[in-house]
Design a protein around this ligand. Structure first.
Ligand SMILES: [Zn+2]
Length: 371
């Protein structure tokens, strides 16, 4: 039972972060386009709408069905197990320590703690991925700027580096047991620098591998209101099957693409009135937004189901499902190709001049309509 005062404080401060779209880890894929309830939805989380609507998950299923039903290359690899693991990956960016669904209280209390610390500017690279994903320097995992002054180009480079890394893991170019200290052998110079900056700085995580990163499963006792215990990742399975790691990496890549259609995260052309998201017929990037510049309440409006979720794709501009399906198809069919034929460079180039084309590369992080 949680003290109601703590809960109230928690709900007020909740949200100084980049989260969109919503996830719901208490529901599972069951063969259909909509996820079904399998875990009991905790009452506490009912009040936190970010973990109610399985938006990321259903966008992921929609996209995988598109690849499968239109028989795109690689479609033959799509089965229920792959779909479940890609969904897990689409949740990873919001829950990189895999607290959910077993430890919802830890997820929330750690989130609250991170919000408090972030307001004091107290989160640095020594903090774990959960803290950093939502409130600090890893907000590229949600297609957002991490600071108010970050340029669009800087945010985009971080996004493209994350996509390069996850694509190379997902497509089999990087073996899943490669230690981080050797990742540079597989990466472009820019992305090798990115790994140093965000993951291995000061000799940290040198022996981590993609398999470990994407299968982390941790707990951490929380003693409200301000103390948290030591992170315990003893539950992490050390040798998950290769395909599982690849599929989770693919899901994490899709999460960034999906979030880049959230109107509160990225201001895209063409402009429209209203605080909601559209996933069809969108165009180039005007600005990546910074959460610190936004009103939490307004931002949330764009994080539920996109307004055109059930509408047909548009002829003009980018459709989320199409962009994602193309990447999935490349990644799955690259698994069967020789390493030197891996098409990561094609994928990056397409995104750079397509979905992540910048109208103003030097534009500072914005607030969109969510000030
Ligand atoms: Zn996100």
């Amino acid at each position: 039972m949680i003290n109601p005062f703590i809960l109230a404080a928690l709900l007020v401060t909740y949200g100084t972060n980049a989260l969109a779209f919503d996830i719901n880890p208490f529901k599972e894929y069951n063969g259909g386009a909509e996820l079904v309830q399998t875990f009991e939805q905790p009452a506490l989380e009912m009040m936190v709408s970010s973990i109610i609507h399985p938006v990321h998950e259903e966008l992921t299923v929609k996209t995988l069905f598109l690849v499968r039903d239109s028989h795109m290359p690689g479609a033959e690899l799509i089965d229920d197990d792959l779909i479940k693991k890609v969904i897990r990956g689409a949740r990873w960016n919001d829950d990189p320590l895999h607290f959910l669904p077993e430890y919802p209280r830890q997820w929330l209390m750690n989130f609250e703690r991170a919000s408090e610390l972030a307001e004091q500017g107290g989160i640095n690279e020594n903090f774990d991925l959960f803290y950093r994903s939502h409130h600090a320097d890893l907000q590229f995992l949600h297609a957002m700027a991490s600071t108010e002054t970050e340029s669009a180009q800087l945010t985009r480079n971080a996004i493209l580096s994350w996509i390069e890394l996850t694509y190379k893991v997902a497509s089999g170019y990087i073996p899943v047991q490669t230690p981080f200290r050797k990742l540079g052998n597989f990466l472009t110079p820019r992305t090798a620098q990115f790994v140093k900056k965000y993951f291995t700085k000061n000799g940290r995580r040198l022996n981590w591998t993609p398999a470990y990163l994407f299968s982390l499963k941790c707990t951490r006792e929380v003693m409200p209101p301000s103390a948290v215990g030591v992170l315990d990742c003893a539950d992490t399975p050390w040798l998950p099957p290769k395909q599982d790691v690849q599929n989770i990496a693919l899901g994490s890549l899709l999460h960034v693409i999906q979030d880049s259609f959230s109107d509160s995260h990225v201001t895209r052309h063409p402009d429209y009135e209203g605080n909601y998201s559209l996933i069809h017929g969108r165009s180039a990037v005007q600005a990546f937004n910074a959460y610190q510049k936004q009103s939490i309440r307004l931002h949330r409006g764009a994080d539920s189901y996109p307004r055109d979720f059930d509408q047909p794709l548009q002829q003009q501009g980018f459709n989320l499902e199409e962009v994602s399906a193309e990447i999935i198809s490349y990644a799955l069919s690259d698994r069967k190709r020789a390493r030197h034929q891996n098409r990561h460079a094609i994928v990056t180039a397409k995104l750079k001049k397509g979905l992540f084309r910048l109208l103003e590369p030097n534009a500072e992080a914005g607030s969109g309509k969510y000030k």
